[in-house]
Design a protein around this ligand. Structure first.
Ligand SMILES: [Zn+2]
Length: 215
């Protein structure tokens, strides 16, 4: 189980995502008083591991998809932070609807993040790292209501993408952490440039930008 954990700094590490079962990356951040968890995954293995961590826990959920939040009620915690859409699933804890910084040895910067992937996403910036969950990914959508045969296409909503880029540009951290991504840690500047590249392909006649593949 130890092989699932990767350290970024003395106080910031993560539990790596798995594909089968599908369970997202989990940030593990050691504050002065609490252990902060960014997402809690969905696998039994992740739940058992999180339960074994010492100290009081504060949970932060990136978005409402099950591979990120399923284990939340199995992890004893003193606080739970999430966006309004995720609260619709947990019915527990605190909704973060504007950015907020909480001091606990480290500065925990919580920021609502517009995202095509999931409504009501939330990011966590700590020191030089930004945990993003899946927020920079696209979604899948049938663009034609008329044709039944039309497949689900990978798309970004141009307006949401524009707002998301603006939020990401204002952060200070050097790196962003992208869940399910083999490399996980990326330069924030490069990810913003990639998103701007996608945004530049928007067209006037549609709110959606179709991309090649997921992510
Ligand atoms: Zn997701």
């Amino acid at each position: 189980m130890e092989s699932q954990i990767f350290s970024l700094t003395d106080r910031i590490s993560y539990w790596k995502a798995t594909e089968n079962p599908l369970s997202a990356d989990i940030g593990i951040l050691k504050g002065a008083r609490n252990t902060w968890l960014f997402d809690v995954g969905s696998s039994e293995e992740a739940a058992v591991f999180l339960q074994s961590l010492p100290g009081e826990k504060i949970l932060v959920l990136s978005h409402f998809h099950p591979d990120h939040i399923t284990n939340w009620s199995r992890i004893p915690h003193r606080e739970l932070y999430q966006g309004a859409n995720t609260y619709g699933y947990t019915k527990s804890g605190t909704i973060i609807d504007k950015e907020q910084t909480i001091e606990d040895g480290l500065s925990f910067h919580l920021v609502p993040l517009p995202s095509s992937h999931a409504k009501g996403s939330l990011l966590l910036e700590v020191e030089d790292y930004v945990f993003l969950g899946d927020a920079t990914y696209c979604t899948r959508k049938k663009l034609s209501a008329v044709s039944m045969e039309q497949p689900f296409l990978p798309v970004y909503n141009a307006q949401l993408l524009k707002e998301e880029i603006e939020v990401l540009k204002k952060l200070r951290a050097r790196y962003v952490l992208l869940s399910h991504d083999e490399a996980f840690c990326h330069e924030r500047k490069e990810v913003v440039e990639e998103l701007e590249q996608i945004y530049s392909r928007r067209r006037k006649d549609t709110p959606y930008i179709v991309v090649e593949e997921e992510g």
